[in-house]
Design a protein around this ligand. Structure first.
Ligand code: ADP
Ligand code: ZN
Ligand code: ZN
Length: 739
């Protein structure tokens, strides 16, 4: 290496999106030597025959052992993209998830920026009348262009506001623009200020919660534990308005399914500032724009799904997590972060309040609240006039069933419809039937690539695997015995829809809502709009369970939950309890009283009894006791080493070796201070083969979080180096939620 100048001895340490736990050194041109101002900037660098985009993680003296030091190709940003709190929090995430910093930083960037594209313009687009337009306005004929001109006559309108004000305004805009009457202009987002509309007057409990959040200066985590319909969103809106009044930015995370155009327009209308949305419906450019607008401090309120937790917040004032128990906050591949947990880390580093809201808080969060680590704010009553619905169990044993529906349930549906109400029939299985069975020989249709039965669709004509997506036509005869007695077993949402339509379809609409019938962000609302406030039946999966206001709903019927009562996953009871409470919460949201009916073959099951007679908190009491006794989270800390391969042996062989290394690492630790790691397995995964891959796992747990991480830190270099590691695809999941 040439030693002609001192500057050439200082190199850039670059984090690259590679599965290698290290940084990579690069030279910078002598004309523009490395400086501390490079840290957090993106660079384009050569890597083997390729070129990669990375982020400068540090600068330092060249490591003399590097055989050849290459020069970076370009610096991409005039100033650091990552800095301050966000950079520090992402360093934390890399350590906590034992993942390479380069992969963590790449995960935190929107795809366009990850590819190295320049920071986008962040102005918003708005429309105004031209001078000719102002003159022509009064004489325009009635119609959509006229209504569009009416809106612009009052004020310059940004496109987001127009979306809320006028359906399909774009055609009208084009018409007027073509005639020179209106024009599209770029405006800074911060200049747009719709007039905030007042909300309902907070009730006592809401007022107390609002005051508690406002009083929390600096880092202050709070659980907003409020029954469905109790007005949690109102509390968020007040907290956000307060944050805006202090000149700060607010970040709101919502579950995948909760971020509807209705949620956004409610936020916009109430807050009187532009609300920036980040969700999976946006294209790469739009995502990069919102991220950058937040980075520039222009976006003041960001509402987004899981990955929005990586939004830069230079003026942070508040983080809100709605439905904090929701499973969609956990990333299930790549960097397996939990958005709620990472938000907690960020709120602490940013020194701002964190508001976690739910009608069914996770056991982790309730445990923290009960231990006094989070403030526990309660909304125990429904807001306005709505009353919580009574719930009743329908014992199915020895009762005749019509396609999974008991006579009692059908009568209750009939009565609810006759009284002019709407009915929700909840079944958490989409498709026609979960299994296709040969009644002659017992054969059933299994997926060729998974250890799972194929689900019957299309009234019995098609088969589909819900785990790998494989589809095929249903066989005309049994492949084993050639018999013609193939029968769909059990009921899914399609079959329920068919049965209910046969019975009630002539009287009322019957609509099915699941991933098969309802794609896209607006589809769900379109279904609700179709129904309006007429009597009718909605049949659906958990898509229906979340957050939607259905004022006309008076009966919720839950069918086929018995599978969930006997699952091996220690979190199954928690998930089922949350789902039942959330579904039940859809009924009686407005003036009309509601009722919840639960059909089951296990009416005495403790989970159902506790939920019905004691409610969610009684369930939580008994469940936390059981978790403590069994040594499960939140009383212990878990990680899961997963491995998969095309053959069955390599994953198990790898995990056996990894287990030995981990045992060694924790034994060393045990000698230090008597603590150690508990290793179970390795075991085949609950679905041992999926999409053609054999899967196995090694669960690790420890009383103290630190012991888990210390053992992993010690063991992982040796695990990476195992020859077996190259014959399997493996990953580490800290705080796994699906075992
Ligand atoms: P949550 O988020 O807890 O499900 P929301 O904030 O969406 O509840 O409130 C449920 C319904 O009650 C909404 O229609 C909302 O406008 C209404 N609401 C909330 N707070 C009040 C209040 N203090 N007075 C009257 N209505 C309210
Ligand atoms: Zn057969
Ligand atoms: Zn499959």
């Amino acid at each position: 290496m040439p030693a002609d100048s001192a500057a050439s001895d200082v190199v850039l340490r670059v984090a690259l999106p590679l599965p290698l736990p290290r940084l990579f050194d690069y030279r910078a041109p002598a004309t523009d030597p490395p400086s501390h101002g490079d840290v957090g900037r993106r660079v384009r660098v050569p890597f083997g025959p390729r070129e990669l985009v990375g982020v400068v993680a540090g600068i330092g003296p060249a490591d003399g052992t590097a055989p050849e030091l290459r020069e970076l190709h370009a610096r991409l940003d005039p100033e650091p993209l990552f800095r301050g709190e966000l950079l520090a929090s992402l360093h934390w995430l890399a350590r906590y998830s034992h993942a390479p910093l380069g992969e963590v930083l790449a995960t935190a960037l929107p795809a366009a920026l990850r590819r190295g594209e320049p920071l986008p313009d962040t102005h918003a687009w708005a429309w105004r009348l031209t001078e000719a337009g102002v003159t022509a306005h009064a004489g325009m004929r009635q119609g959509r262009p006229r209504r569009f001109a009416d809106l612009l006559q009052v004020a310059v309108r940004d496109e987001e506001a127009l979306d809320d004000l006028l359906d399909d305004w774009r055609g009208a805009a084009r018409t007027l623009a073509a005639r020179g009457l209106a024009e599209r202009i770029a405006v800074p987002a911060s200049q747009l200020a719709p007039t905030p509309q007042p909300g309902p007057v907070p009730n006592d409990e809401q007022a107390q919660a609002i005051a508690a959040v406002a009083a929390g200066d600096g880092f202050a985590p709070a659980l907003l534990d409020g029954v469905t319909g109790s007005g949690k969103t109102e509390v968020y809106l007040h907290a956000i308005a307060d944050c805006l009044a202090r000149g700060r930015q607010a970040l709101v995370l919502v579950p995948e399914i909760g971020l509807t155009p209705q949620t956004l327009s409610r936020f916009r209308a109430r807050l009187g500032v532009p609300v920036h949305a980040l969700h999976s419906g946006l294209n790469d450019n739009e995502r990069a724009r919102v991220w950058t607008a937040a980075w520039r401090g222009e976006a003041r309120v960001i509402v987004g799904t899981r990955s929005a937790v990586f939004t830069p917040l230079p003026d942070a004032g508040l983080i809100v997590i709605d439905e904090e128990h929701d499973g969609s906050y956990k990333q299930q591949d790549g960097i397996r972060y939990h958005a709620r947990d990472f938000a907690l880390v960020r709120a602490k580093a940013l020194d701002v309040p964190l508001l976690l809201g739910s009608a069914t808080p996770s056991l982790e969060t309730l445990h923290n609240a009960r231990a006094g680590r989070y403030a526990h704010l309660r909304l125990s009553r429904r807001a306005g006039k709505a009353r919580p619905p009574p719930a009743r169990v329908l014992d199915l044993r020895k009762r005749p069933l019509d396609n999974g529906l008991s006579r009692e349930l059908l009568e209750a549906i009939d009565a609810a419809l006759t009284a002019g109400g709407q009915v929700l029939v909840f079944r958490n299985r989409r498709g026609y039937a979960p299994v296709l069975l040969c009644h002659d020989c017992g054969w059933s249709a299994q997926c060729r690539r998974c250890d799972a039965p194929m689900t019957v669709h299309g009234g019995g004509r098609r088969l589909q695997c819900h785990h790998c997506g494989h589809r095929q036509a249903a066989p005309p005869a049994c492949p084993d015995c050639a018999g013609l007695a193939l029968q769909p077993q059990g009921v899914g949402t399609e079959r329920l829809e068919e049965t209910l339509a046969q019975r009630f379809g002539a009287r009322v609409p019957v609509l099915r809502i699941d991933r098969g019938s309802t794609r896209g962000r607006d589809a769900l609302q379109k279904h609700f709009d179709t129904l309006g406030d007429r009597p009718g039946i909605l049949v659906g999966t958990q898509m229906l369970a979340k957050g939607h206001d259905l004022p006309g709903l008076t009966l919720v019927a839950v069918v086929g939950i018995d599978e969930g009562l006997f699952s091996a996953d220690f979190r199954a009871a928690e998930k089922l309890a949350q789902l039942l409470i959330q579904v039940a919460g859809r009924a009686g949201r407005a003036e009309r009283a509601g009722e919840v009916l639960l059909q089951t073959h296990h009416p005495d099951h403790p989970l159902l009894q506790t939920l019905i007679h004691g409610g969610y908190h009684a369930f939580v009491d008994s469940e936390l006791e059981q978790r403590a006794a069994a040594g499960f989270p939140p009383f212990t800390h878990m990680a899961l080493l997963r491995a998969e391969a095309k053959q069955a042996d390599p994953p198990m062989a790898f995990l056996q070796r990894a287990k030995a290394i981990l045992a060694e690492a924790s034994a060393t630790r045990a000698r230090d201070d008597g603590e150690s790691l508990v290793l179970h397995g390795p075991l085949p995964a609950p679905m041992a083969r999926r999409a053609g891959l054999y899967r196995a796992q090694l669960p690790l747990s420890a009383q103290r979080r630190r012991d888990l991480h210390v053992a992993l830190d010690r063991a992982l270099p040796a695990i990476h180096a195992l020859p077996e590691a190259r014959r399997t695809r493996w990953s580490l999941d800290i705080d796994p939620v699906d075992l």
